[in-house]
Design a protein around this ligand. Sequence first.
Ligand SMILES: *Cc1c(COP(=O)(O)O)cnc(C)c1O
Ligand code: SF4
Length: 430
Amino acid sequence: MKFITYNTKNFRKIEYLKNLPEQVKHEIEVVSKVLPFKTNNYVIDYLIDWENFETDPVFILNFPNRNMLHEEQFKEVEKAYTQQLPEKEFLGIVNKIRLQLNPHPANQLSNVPKLDGEALPGVQHKYRDIVLFFPSQGQTCHAHCTFCFRWPQFVKDLDLQFSMREIDMLTRYIKENEYIHEILFTGGDPMVMSPLTISKYIDQIFEADIPHLDTIRFGSKSLTYWPFTFIPGHSDEAEDMLSLFRRIVDKGKHLSFMAHFNHPVEMDNSAVEEAIYNIRQTGAEIRTQAPVLRNINDDAEIWREMWLKQVNLGMVPYYMFIERETGPYAYFELPIAQVYDIYRNAIKYTGSLAKTVTAPVMSASMGKVHVMGVIDNPADNDRYFMMQYVRHRNVEETYKPFLTHYDEKATWFNQLVRTDADMILTAEEE
Ligand SMILES: *Cc1c(COP(=O)(O)O)cnc(C)c1O
Ligand code: SF4
């Protein structure tokens, strides 16, 4: 199957969209001036129920709608768009709104490591044992998610992209820091790169011969947005991609494919099943992660079904996240307490093979905060969240349970008060 992308320039050509009300198309066009929009023929043909598009989870995941902006923001862009303001003036308005949408949550920009005093662009090193690598050719995706916290890097004119070709510098850096034993290729989606490009990176890593580097991970949503990448006969490069995976495994490395699934419908066709099977045949492990999103998957039954399916297909549930405060999060966010309930009501009925999931988790600037539970303390008749950092900039701070006062409405960690530090956490500490 041939890969065809659609963005606002050509999306009116999509057969299914012809029947959408004009108003809906107009709203998609307006919102996508602010939030990046991209879809493709697989998503459109396989994943969306067009009869019920308004509530369809993948439609909402992939197509912007007017409620993803605040009413005033929507009206301002709509007006500028309808009036056909000059390009420069129009971009001024659009960029102003983008900056209102908190483009850099959790200080992502502050994790760039240095080698001989020189910053390694395209690399983030936050947790002791693992580096993130953003290869420059992998900074886009087969389609874009409306909730994505990486949306600023798809918006070229903001110039906030991470990218780098200097895999040499990275391998030297890893070599000098023996406690780093994992590299995670991320993006965007590294699986948009050709197997040849990825091979060049992998070959350089192998040539550097770093014994303490035992694990390679790819973070990807390609099983949802273009599973043909892993199906020979449907994509010219699938055989090469699968051989590359086998080559990594044969080298004795642990290869973990960090798959991103938001809804069981994404695992519901023979193409994705075949892709999963083929990846597993290479010896790679597939682990799954996703945030809980209002309007898409805010229901325990959806998560139960999702984890059951993942386990049935041989995948390993890994993280369930609380949606970050960026982009159109007002549309997607949920109280921590509610996400915890969804988790608990889902996991109770899923069976033990889904216990591998750590959930729910907030990726904050100090680390990944795991909401372990809600405690009613009869001694003081009060209610608490029990939490721990499963990842922290300072490894000594991990796996140390602590309590915060319960707050039914809080949607992020910085809105809670720790019992052992009777103060509201500052943004710095968050
Ligand atoms: C989540 C994350 C990782 C990977 O964390 P794991 O818990 O090992 O999956 C690495 N670096 C950064 C900056 C992260 O946010
Ligand atoms: S595939 Fe991942 S990186 Fe790409 S838009 Fe979706 S969430 Fe963001």
